[in-house]
Design a protein around this ligand. Sequence first.
Ligand SMILES: Cc1cc2nc3c(=O)[nH]c(=O)nc-3n(C[C@H](O)[C@H](O)[C@H](O)COP(=O)(O)OP(=O)(O)OC[C@H]3O[C@@H](n4cnc5c(N)ncnc54)[C@H](O)[C@@H]3O)c2cc1C
Length: 275
Amino acid sequence: MTELATAPAQAPIAAESRFYNARLTRRVDLTESLAFMWVRFDGEPVMFEPGQYLTIGVESNGKLVQRPYSVASSARELHDGYEFYLRLVIAGTFTPLLWRLPVGHAMSMKGPKGKFVLEPDDDRIHVFISSGTGIAPFISMMKTLLADGVPRRAVVLHGASYEHDLGYRELLEAWQSEGTYPVTYIPTVSRPGTPQNSTWAGRVGRVESIVPAVYDELSLTPDNSIAYICGNPDMITAVDATLLGRGFPEAQVKKELYWPKGKEPRAAGVNVPQP
Ligand SMILES: Cc1cc2nc3c(=O)[nH]c(=O)nc-3n(C[C@H](O)[C@H](O)[C@H](O)COP(=O)(O)OP(=O)(O)OC[C@H]3O[C@@H](n4cnc5c(N)ncnc54)[C@H](O)[C@@H]3O)c2cc1C
């Protein structure tokens, strides 16, 4: 079996594998550790519901190394494959392999799966709260609703460490300013005062810390809104507690955790991700 040329310390990636049924077709880097990637099944595309995830992987040392990722693209546009918004976890297992993968390389892809999907026919304001790459499923939801001609009023709260980490910012700002989608976009950066955020004039603090003020300012209540939260577990726990404290029933706060609370990558501390 031929393997992708690697530096000695790097795990090999099999060029061919019985697991492979898909291909990395496109990649756009946002920063050194954030990228948009498109993966397409070799056969017919499979329908998904916005909010669901697929599990992608490569073979390394005879084993399939794979992880789940929320789809970010519209469920009505499958010809380019599924778009994913990914963070490189330097001390992680799969993403360092994925980051070395050239466009055109074969991969494994399974799914779709997941229950983090929109409620049917819900005309309440959709408050989409995320940290880091957790914004991905919300982009898919809004793109799909737009394609179906039934956009639902949304408030998007997105937290990142730095301004340049705010993936999909241009799209959301354009939707808001041009009125393409009825969205109020509220980004926040958690590390103000750093050189990377020197031009930032927006909100500051972790996304969970701005939730009470935003709910007050926009008069969001259990009667007029539903919350969807996605990203890191501490943020989700904090936002959940805030909303339950404001009288939201549990069923009106939908959650997708990207990893279990308290679990760090092998070499924790090497790559400190966005809170
Ligand atoms: C349903 C679901 C959907 C997901 N969708 C996405 C997605 O759209 N984009 C995405 O980047 N990740 C997503 N993830 C996380 C992804 O599956 C992997 O856990 C992540 O890419 C790290 O894999 P790894 O093998 O490199 O790290 P591992 O060796 O598995 O280490 C995992 C650790 O890395 C850290 N970590 C995991 N994900 C992230 C992240 N996104 N940002 C910062 N730190 C992280 C956590 O400390 C976690 O415990 C999703 C997870 C789930 C369960």
